[in-house]
Design a protein around this ligand. Structure first.
Ligand code: NAP
Length: 543
């Protein structure tokens, strides 16, 4: 199904306008937040820096960009008709198809008239006397709103590494997270890709199809499981739709990462070597991220994890012809401690004669030059460089806004040693400011769509409660927040997630404090959010 870009976005809001709520970001989170605010009868506007809606799916248009969550699950569940009418064409949807879906949602619920594009919010200051947020745009306008809601995304602030000479390159430069809308033709060109995370792993096989020479600069190899992507059959789709309620419920109530299936309960530590091999092979053939669910203890028990890692390492060896290249592509870290990748033809791409792997561990990039780069002693020349170097995850988009709470306290200062939130939803000292899928919430360790909806539902119920009870302020208590931050760390430290230098910890950004940011365990988190409300917004002060 496709959807044209119908509907009008509004003309710029006049400076000085007061609203009930302002939402920053028009991705999945911002759109649904607007929908809910409207249902409450509140005046609201979404501000979006991009020239179109879609958030991460608007910006990440690199070749091969697609979701690594099955498309039947990567969709909204708040409207059953929407759920039934939309048809996905493949097991894993492409970026254009997801963007079509988002545009369809915006049209279907007539959301565009309250979404202002091409507008970057650069400041948000809390006015204590009025209990209102004052927001400033990059073009010098100012607005105020009772509630300010950050729908700024977890993976939206592109990370361009500070490599000496980066501005000197005279050829074409691209970042996977800021891909040109008109697309890029690499035919006949010598291309460099820097990075081997999910974005690189998806794009490298397709860039290799066009480029005359492709050099991949790898700092850390990653594990990857085949997507086994395929068209979605009508019957499969119909059966999923017929069971949507029960399947979605599994995500909320049972699966630790919010997926629509039951997590296995059996333990790798209790299985024989032969049983493990069979199990891993079964999950390899299924494909996708669910590989990590082959046993319940893969992210809890080092030995269990090591057996899964070894299976994946063998698979790399079996796909790559040159044993030296295979060895260089072989990760050593705990599998899952950096996000597991999902690929189509990734490792086999290194068997092509024009594709070259450069191991940066042996020879780091010294500088970018006018026509290429120097790594170790070797000089490389290219026509184009693709930075597949990821994001300043979870806090990067917030850090770009000058956010100040009570007594002028800057969020950046408060979070200097790492983000501090209560439930990932709010931070003490910043009343009436909400984060959708903020640090300290399950967010990136879940299917993002149910996580977004759960947060938006919680925030809109909270605002409704404030309106009904005649209150104008809600603020997280410092103690509740600190207890939560401690709990997030405790839960993470009982698993193997924090053991690598991952973006979950901020370790990919030089100077960023190392704090494990997502909360592990979606059902327990959902339950905690319910309890907080049932106990009269426990841990928050309402006034
Ligand atoms: P990423 O996982 O952070 O990968 C960035 C890559 O760039 C890493 O290999 C990193 O190496 C390398 N790098 C960074 N700075 C470098 C430098 N100065 N020199 C050399 N190499 C450098 O970023 P991503 O691939 O964009 O993915 C980020 C996340 O977005 C994923 O983990 C996933 O959650 C999401 N995503 C999902 C999909 C999907 O749905 N299929 C697709 C793309 C992205 P190190 O590992 O050594 O730091």
């Amino acid at each position: 199904m496709s959807s044209t870009r119908e509907g009008q976005h509004p003309t710029p809001l006049a400076t000085g306008t007061s609203l009930n709520a302002i939402v920053i970001g028009a991705g999945f989170a911002g759109l649904y937040m607007l929908y809910r605010l409207r249902k409450l009868g509140l005046s609201a506007r979404v501000f979006e820096a991009g020239s179109g809606i879609g958030g991460t799916w608007f910006w990440n248009r690199y070749p091969g960009a697609r979701c690594d969550i099955p498309s039947m699950e990567y969709s909204y569940q708040f409207d059953q008709q929407l759920e039934q009418e939309w048809e996905w064409s493949e097991r894993y949807a492409t970026q254009p198809e997801i963007l079509d879906y988002i545009n369809h949602v915006a049209n279907r619920f007539n959301l565009r008239p309250d979404i202002e594009l091409n507008t970057r919010i650069q400041a948000a200051h809390f006015d204590e006397t009025q209990s209102r947020w004052k927001l400033g745009t990059a073009d010098g306008r100012e607005f105020s709103a009772r509630y300010c809601i950050m729908a700024t995304g977890c993976l939206s602030s592109a990370n361009l590494p500070a490599i000496p000479g980066i501005d000197r390159f005279a050829g074409e430069s691209y970042h996977t997270g800021r891909w040109p809308h008109e697309g890029v033709d690499f035919s006949g060109k010598r291309v460099a890709v820097i990075g081997t995370g999910s974005s690189a792993i998806q794009s490298i096989p397709l860039i290799a199809d066009q480029a005359s020479e492709l050099y991949v600069f790898q700092r850390t190899p990653n594990y990857s499981v085949p997507a086994h992507n395929r068209p979605l059959g009508d019957e499969e789709q119909a059966s999923f739709k017929a069971n949507y309620r029960a399947l979605r419920e599994l995500g909320f109530k049972e699966h630790p990462f919010g997926f629509a299936h039951r997590m296995r309960q059996d333990l790798c530590s209790e299985a024989t070597a032969e049983q493990r091999q069979q199990r891993y092979q079964e999950y390899w053939e299924r494909g996708g991220l669910q590989f990590l669910g082959a046993y319940a203890d893969l992210m809890l028990d080092k030995d269990a994890n090591a057996s899964a890692a070894e299976f994946l390492r063998q698979k790399i060896a079996s796909q790559v012809d040159d044993p030296e290249v295979a060895a260089a592509l072989t990760p050593r870290q705990v599998v899952g401690s950096k996000r597991l990748c999902v690929d189509t033809r990734y490792f086999a791409t290194y068997n092509r004669p024009h594709v070259h792997l450069v191991d940066l561990k042996a020879a780091p990039i010294a500088q970018i030059t006018e026509d290429g780069l120097i790594a170790g002693e070797t000089v490389y020349q290219f026509d184009a460089i693709v930075y597949a170097t990821g994001f300043d995850a979870m806090t990067g988009a917030l850090a770009r806004i000058d956010i100040r709470g009570r007594q002028g306290q800057k969020l950046a200062d408060k979070w200097a040693a790492g983000p501090r939130t209560y439930l990932g939803l709010a931070s003490a000292g910043f009343p009436n400011l909400f984060f959708i899928t903020g640090p300290g919430s399950p967010s990136v360790l879940t299917n993002m769509l149910p996580s977004i909806e759960q947060h938006v539902n919680w925030i809109s119920d909270c605002i409704a409660h404030l309106q009904e009870s005649g209150k104008t302020r809600i603020e997280a208590d410092e103690t509740a927040q600190e207890t939560w931050v401690e709990h997030v760390n405790e839960v993470a430290n009982a698993t193997l997630f924090p053991v690598a230098n991952s973006w979950y910890l901020g370790a990919n950004i030089p100077g960023k404090p190392r704090v494990f940011m997502p909360y592990i365990g979606f059902p327990s988190y959902v339950e905690k959010c319910h309890q907080v409300v049932a106990n009269g917004y426990e841990g928050f002060s309402l006034s």
